[in-house]
Design a protein around this ligand. Structure first.
Ligand code: SF4
Ligand code: SF4
Length: 107
């Protein structure tokens, strides 16, 4: 069985929800609205992080570098991975998520 910190083919960003403490630091830093907090009744804190718009990830790694629990991972840029450019739409979504207390919009 693979550890969750091992690159999964064609996946840009992924979360080990068993390690995630739902602190929302990663969401607060994500410039592209790629990730957001969602309810998770199976989590001890009742919430976790979901990769809601994986195709919007720009590969900045701010989430991974600042996660205190090493629970979120970003693909290596040298692995033929195509990260997105930051668009007005993704920037606006990131702002809306932050204004929504870091939670996914519309749920
Ligand atoms: S920074 Fe890490 S522990 Fe905090 S919400 Fe994000 S993935 Fe979870
Ligand atoms: S690498 Fe950057 S754009 Fe991608 S999810 Fe993490 S913080 Fe957001």
């Amino acid at each position: 069985m693979n550890s969750l910190n091992i690159q999964i083919e064609n996946v840009l960003v992924w979360v080990d929800t068993k390690k995630c403490k739902a602190c929302s630091i990663c969401v607060s830093l994500c410039p592209s609205g790629t990730i957001a907090m969602v309810s998770d009744p199976h989590s001890t804190l009742g919430a976790t992080i979901e990769v809601i718009e994986p195709e919007s990830c720009i590969g900045c790694r701010d989430c991974e570098l600042h996660c205190p629990d090493f629970a979120i991972f970003v693909a290596e840029k040298d692995k033929n991975i195509n990260f997105a450019k930051l668009t007005e739409k993704s920037r606006a979504r990131a702002i809306a998520i932050k204004e929504n207390n870091f939670r996914k919009i519309g749920v």
